[in-house]
Design a binder for this molecule. Sequence first.
Ligand code: R5P
Length: 311
Amino acid sequence: MAEMIKLISGTANTDLTSRIASYLKMELCDVSVGRFSDGEIRVSINENIRGNDIFIVQPTFPPAENLLELLVLVDACYRASANRITAVIPYYGYARQDRKDQPRVPITAKLVANLIETAGTSRVLALELHAAQIQGFFDVQVDNLFATSVLLEYIRGRNLKDLTIVSPDVGGIKMGRAFAKRLNADLAIADKRRTGADASEVMNIIGEVKGSDIIILDDIISTAGTITTAAEALKAAGAGKIIAAATHPILSGNAIERLEKSCIEEVVVTNSIPLNGKEKCKKIKVVDVSALLGEAILRIHNDESISMLFI
Ligand code: R5P
């Protein structure tokens, strides 16, 4: 008999999990997530999950309580004798420290992978990991989806002219090239130099952008420093309309103020991270990744290929 599938929501992005549940036409598993009086996370699974195929949805953006909650939920499922536990991580936090690029710094992407695996996770379903090689930081199987199809659908509907895709750093060239190919657009690169942990400047625009409409494509918008400085350099180089597209809207610090003041006309992001009111910024458009994640969950449960989702 096929194992029963169950979907569990952490508290980090309940709206996204509800949408995934609607896509899958199923109820969420009955789970209580609360706090003890000292603030420690308290979880209980209120139904039998013995032998079940469990999918726990929890993005791990700050605070670290989100990550801890995922670990506690996995532990609860493991001890309740679930057959398989998949951590569905729409945003994988601590990913940007993925290599030792200076003396005496941690590799947090690996540390977090160790934590998730040690908790009892059987496999991981991620969305747009900051670096593809993070898959190898796990010894369990990882499926790393891309939000490309969802972002492309939005961009295609914008009727942009003489389009150029701009990667705001060399790390994003592969993704930029994939977009450019699908949109029959040109590709340019902003030569970004980091001037601090959360600060950067653009040295040069590599490629022709004069008169073109632009999509600046990135995986994460945190302080929005990267995309707004790239946008300024692009305008100075004669670019037309500028739109930014990114999968993960962290939008920390004064990101919204920066975006409001910038020459970027629209910022398209996914709902991998909840915006908690930031969507009031008129420039921000949110596209939904619940069907993408829901379809991947279904296919993993049924042991079907998910490669058709990598378009
Ligand atoms: C960096 O490698 C990432 O791809 C993003 O460009 C970066 O995280 C964006 O950060 P911020 O919005 O703070 O400039």
